[in-house]
Design a binder for this molecule. Structure first.
Ligand code: TTP
Ligand code: MG
Length: 474
């Protein structure tokens, strides 16, 4: 089923201003260069339509009521409509504020027929909003969308199984999904005007000279064949990596490597899905199973490894310092715990004053070498002493980026624009190299070994948990 509100923005305005009812209402930018977002059906009689310059609309319909869009209100109504749809099925694919596909395959038996189901959703939308939605029910998405538009406004059209070809036959070819003005022109050049002209072909071959690789899809759609599933709007809420270790981890150098690895993986997946996130979190589970997490909201969203790593380090240190302060206030430790704390805090103190001894450690030297290969504007000094010592052995570590959006970032700081652009460019180059030559081509030696488990079994308790958290709620 496909549903689509009638003259959506204009109908909402008529609902909110009853005095507009029955009059031509035009919603759009009101400046001299503004365009029409939509027009009520009363205004459409004057030839006013979406995307037309307001100045032209005013010539066609000088007595119309011209209003500026109130997006917040339209979103509110859209949300109510979505809730109504959810009464029917969870498999909803919204296409815009006012239209959606619903997979109703599993619920038709609850109604006397598809028409009754369409009627039911139309009635519920009207009860909840006072607005009219048109509905189309058909064996697939293409036909359902076509059907919802066939009898607008207040449409309710069913194209039953077996009637696919018949209902399409006499429609112009531009009604085929994806056939825009230029494809339409080319099809007409080939003598195809109505959908039945395409249906008459035994296969798609005669279309190839005119529409190239679109031929198969157009030929299938003309016969009402469309296998695309309804894709529910489950949104990715976060992208994260975490790992539970075979044996507990205490070495800040290892933790640093883990944070780098997680930042690398998370950033790569964000970029793969074209996402950016503005919140970085770390999760830590101690060997006593106590689990804590800390998060930080960034000034702007990121998909950059370097920023994710830096923020993780910041969060790690913050967490360790909070814990050690809390411990200093706590005087009822057992002697065992006291011993451990003393030794750990000695080590921490030693580290913070004598960095060189840490750097001299072989694994740190390796990491320092790897820094050269990491490329992306490394820390001023690759110095694992930036990481505080854990005060208890670590069983699990993880890094997650949430607050995702697909929007590009808006920067207000010239310096950060430069840095980010540089990092971004590098990340893109690294990603394309990785897809060409495999990850080993770009990952630093230590990260590569980390990724491929060389020595990794020393710590792995379970498989790496890389997750894209999906929002299943509302
Ligand atoms: P549509 O569903 O295309 O149009 P509509 O709901 O106004 O009219 P109908 O479905 O009955 O033909 O778009 C939904 C809303 O999206 C519309 O009310 C306003 C907005 N919109 C624009 O802002 N600009 C546009 O170019 C279009 C087409 C729509
Ligand atoms: Mg609409």
């Amino acid at each position: 089923m496909h549903v689509d509100m009638d003259a959506f923005f204009a109908s909402v305005e008529q609902l909110d201003h009853p005095e507009y009812k029955g009059h031509p209402v035009i919603v759009g930018g009101l400046s001299s260069r503004g365009v029409v977002a939509t027009a009520s059906y009363e205004a459409r009689k004057f030839g006013v339509h979406s995307a037309m310059p307001i100045s032209r609309a005013k010539k066609l319909c000088p007595h119309g009521i011209y209003v500026y869009p109130n997006m917040a209100r339209y979103k509110e109504i859209s949300h109510i409509i979505h809730k109504v749809m959810e009464e029917f099925t969870p498999i909803i694919e919204p296409l815009s504020l006012d239209e959606a596909f619903l997979d109703v395959t599993g619920i038709t038996h609850k109604f006397t027929g598809p028409k009754a189901l369409g009627r039911a959703i139309k009635d519920r939308v009207f009860e909840e909003t006072g607005l009219i939605i048109s509905a189309g029910l058909a064996p697939n998405k293409f036909l359902a969308k076509l059907a919802s538009d066939l009898d607008k406004p207040d449409g309710l059209v069913v194209i039953p199984y077996g009637k696919e070809c018949e209902s399409l036959a006499n429609l112009p070819i531009k009604r085929i999904w994806g056939v825009g003005p230029s494809t339409e022109r080319r099809l007409k050049d080939g003598g195809f005007t109505l959908i039945k002209d395409v249906q008459a072909l035994p296969d798609e071959k005669p279309l190839v000279p005119y529409v190239g690789n679109q031929a198969r899809r157009i030929w299938e759609l003309a016969r009402g064949i469309d296998e695309r599933p309804v894709e529910p709007d489950r949104q990715i809420q976060s992208v994260g990596n975490e790992e539970t270790y075979e044996s507990d981890v205490e070495d800040p150098a290892v933790i640093d490597l883990e944070l780098r690895y997680f930042a690398n993986r998370v950033a790569k997946r964000l970029r793969k899905y074209g996402l950016m996130g503005h919140t970085v979190s770390i999760k830590v589970r101690y060997n006593d199973f106590k689990t804590v997490s800390r998060q930080k909201r960034l000034d702007s969203a990121t998909d950059q490894e370097r920023i994710i790593y830096d923020t993780s380090v910041l969060l790690w240190n913050k967490l360790m310092r909070e814990r050690s302060n809390a411990r200093q206030l706590d005087h009822h430790n057992t002697s065992d715990l006291n011993r451990r704390n003393t030794s750990l805090s000695n080590r921490r103190n030693a580290k913070s004053t004598t960095d060189s001894t840490i750097i001299d450690n072989a694994s740190d030297r390796q990491l320092a070498d790897d820094r050269e290969m990491m490329g992306a504007a490394p820390l001023p000094q690759f110095d694992t002493s930036v990481l505080d010592m854990p005060h208890k052995p670590i069983r699990l570590l993880g890094v997650t980026v949430s607050g995702l959006s697909t929007e590009s970032i808006v920067q207000d700081d010239l310096f950060s624009i430069e840095t980010d652009e540089k990092d971004e460019k590098l990340s893109t180059v690294l990603d394309s190299l990785a897809s060409k030559f495999g990850e080993g081509a770009v990952m630093s030696g230590a990260l590569w070994r980390r990724a491929h488990g060389d020595g990794g079994e020393r710590r792995k308790r379970s498989e790496l948990k890389a997750e894209m958290d999906l929002d299943n709620e509302e």
